[in-house]
Design a protein around this ligand. Structure first.
Ligand code: F6R
Length: 625
């Protein structure tokens, strides 16, 4: 999400910055901008919605002389707060026009900060959360204990910001200095000879230097042409950052050192889920409440819905299946989950009191879009869960939750899927809160549990070597079956879909209870069956039923690969391979149990020599029916 670059040195800064933005295009963006300092108290800013080429055309028209200088910064924006327009594009400037900022991430407490600035008579000119940061630094620089001290002013403001952010500031009166900081989102320093860089990732400066420093959490850095200083947000230099030498080529650097984007995206899942949750729980006088991103639905409407439909395709549909378990459990409202392509061609019963939740990573999938339109024609209200700000589906919906994963380049959905699951749960909690089916403290507790999931997802990623070894052993079998019960069932479907689309292997997911009604006939000696075990601490009946299913298939010769909670020893005797995941509340377990299945499918595909990012016959956005 968003590409950031800053440069101080001796080269033409505009050239360095635009080249860097071009190299970070793969991160995805919907607008771009630059700020170049002329060294004499001047700063030239240009920003433009759309492709980098639009910005370059503006820069050409303005003429190179206007952007002459040896320090500056640039930004490619993936819209979160505010539409992808010229006025919301970065850099943003303070009222004097001398101070500029670029930002990646979300400033969670921007609303009270914005009010504070407006109360002080400052007119904000964009819809972004970012702009508050530049005005706050300008005020700290103008008066009070940090007056006139650029770095101290930035640090003072950083201490007031909540959320996940990388921020980079330049000041026309300090042309040889850039001040930057990170909290959760990435920032790397590139160390050159007589020049320094900062960027979201090393691709931005890899052609100029291979010496880099990775900043730690909640660290700030000041760069000049001669060096850099890392501190915490209090200015204390007693902190640890990680110098390293980049030994990747450019293509590998874009993929974070992996062979494929998808592998990087699997690793990004803790952040994708954490970012999706940011800002959705606002503390208030009653303890706190869930908020959506764009809410054009009254609370009264949320209270009056008597039915929910979730419509989506592919992996997004599987995320929707999980929504059913959560929404019905928390709200007692009936939920139907339907493939968008089926929904629109039958005659579903819809009216004003139906909520349709449309789940789509791209926001452009033709079937889902048409399902949304059909629902609206029937007067139903639509809530979109989408990864792409400003896409058609959220534009046509009455409310939106964005999954903030950044662009997903691998065709097979991974981080977007997990983020969709989290966003669906937010919908469930928002409905439960509006309808009073959960007390505010219960909603707060569920949200807190959800917020703790990214750490557990990171722990599941540690199973990768074991999962890969199993995958390599099974890379050439003809069929793999997946079994689950309750929320493990959609996980089984998702595991099978990943394997089909990436490894072109026959794979099927089953509800374990259905085994005896047919699929058990498929079981034969050595057939691999991946089983998603529910928590033994959840509903005991689910656990014991699945345990007997594993026994049944093992007795018939299946090779059982079991994903089970750590410490679930009851399953051990029946698992030929046991992949252990951390304990989690039943509804949230899919955020963990899906991850080994993604790793498994990717490894099988690699072992079979297939392109993991671009499976045959598939497109990332399916804009035709
Ligand atoms: C599977 C996959 C697809 C998409 C489906 C819907 O890995 O990526 O099944 O989930 O095409 O796409 P969106 O979510 O963009 O509507």
């Amino acid at each position: 999400m968003c590409g950031i670059v800053g440069y101080v040195g001796y080269r033409d800064a505009l050239g360095v910055v635009v080249d860097a933005l071009r190299r970070m295009e793969y991160r995805g963006y919907d607008s771009a901008g630059v700020a170049i300092l002329d060294g004499n108290g001047g700063i030239a800013v240009e920003r433009k919605a759309g492709r980098l080429a639009n910005l370059e055309a503006e820069l050409d028209e303005a003429g190179a002389a206007k952007f002459a200088g040896t320090s500056g910064m640039g930004h490619t924006r993936w819209a979160t707060h505010g539409a992808p327009t010229d006025r919301n594009a970065h850099p943003h400037r303070d009222c004097s026009g001398k101070l500029a900022v670029v930002h990646n991430g979300i400033i969670e407490n921007f609303a009270p900060l914005r009010r504070e600035l407006e109360d002080a008579g400052i007119e904000l000119r964009s819809d972004t959360d970012t702009e508050v940061a530049v005005h706050l630094v300008a005020r700290a620089y103008a008066e009070g204990p940090t007056a006139g001290d650029f770095t101290a002013s930035v640090l003072a403001v950083l201490r007031r910001l909540d959320g996940a952010f990388t921020l980079v500031f330049t000041h026309a009166d300090h042309p040889g200095t850039i001040v930057a900081a990170r909290q959760s989102t990435p920032l790397v320093v590139g160390v050159g000879q007589g020049e320094m860089f900062i960027a979201s990732d090393v691709t931005a400066f890899i052609e100029h230097t291979r010496e880099a420093v990775e900043l730690g959490q909640n660290q700030a850095v000041v760069i000049t042409a001669d060096g850099y200083t890392v501190t915490d947000f209090d200015g204390d230099t007693d902190v640890t950052s990680r110098p390293f030498t980049i030994d990747w080529d450019l293509a590998a650097a874009e993929k974070g050192g992996h062979d494929y984007f998808m592998l990087k995206e699997i690793e990004e899942q803790p952040t994708a889920v954490a970012d999706t949750l940011i800002g959705h729980f606002v503390v208030d006088e009653n303890g706190g409440r869930i908020v959506l991103d764009e809410q054009r639905l009254a609370d009264q409407e949320l209270r009056e819905f008597d039915k929910v439909f979730v419509v989506a395709c592919g992996s997004s549909y599987h995320a929707g299946l999980l929504a059913k378990y959560a929404i019905e459990h928390w709200t007692r409202v009936p939920v139907e989950v339907e493939l968008a392509s089926e929904f629109r061609y039958r005659d579903p019963v819809l009216d004003r009191s139906t909520l349709v939740v449309a789940v789509s990573q791209s926001g452009e999938t033709a079937d889902t879009l048409e399902a949304v339109r059909h629902a609206k024609e029937q007067k139903a209200r639509v809530l979109a869960i989408c990864n792409t700000n400003g896409a058609q589906i959220p534009r046509e919906s009455d409310a939106v939750i964005y999954t903030r994963t950044g662009p997903e380049i691998g065709v097979a959905s991974t981080k977007a899927f997990l983020a969709q699951v989290a966003a669906n749960y937010l919908v469930g909690l928002a409905l439960a809160q509006a309808r009073g089916t959960k007390y505010p403290d219960e909603v707060a507790r569920e949200f807190a549990e959800l917020e703790s999931m990214p750490k557990l997802i990171a722990r599941v990623l540690e199973t990768a070597p074991q999962v890969r070894a199993i995958a390599r052993e099974l890379a050439h079998v003809p069929t793999v079956l997946f079994l689950g019960r309750h929320v493990g069932y959609p996980v089984a479907l998702e595991g099978a879909l990943k394997l089909k689309e990436l490894a072109y292997m026959h794979a099927e997911g089953f509800a374990a209870g259905e085994l005896k009604h047919g699929p058990i006939a498929l079981i034969e000696d050595g057939l691999p069956v991946i089983v998603v075990m529910p928590s033994p601490k959840g509903r005991a009946v689910l656990h014991s039923k699945l345990l007997s299913n594993i026994r049944e298939i093992q007795a018939r010769g299946a090779r059982t690969i079991v994903i089970a909670e750590e410490g679930d020893d009851t399953v051990r005797p029946f698992a030929d391979d046991l992949i252990e995941i951390p304990a989690a509340p039943t509804l949230f377990q899919p955020l963990l149990s899906t991850v080994p299945l993604q790793i498994f499918a990717a490894e099988v595909a690699q072992a079979r020599g297939y392109d993991v990012d671009k499976p045959r016959n598939l497109a990332k956005s399916v804009t035709v029916e």
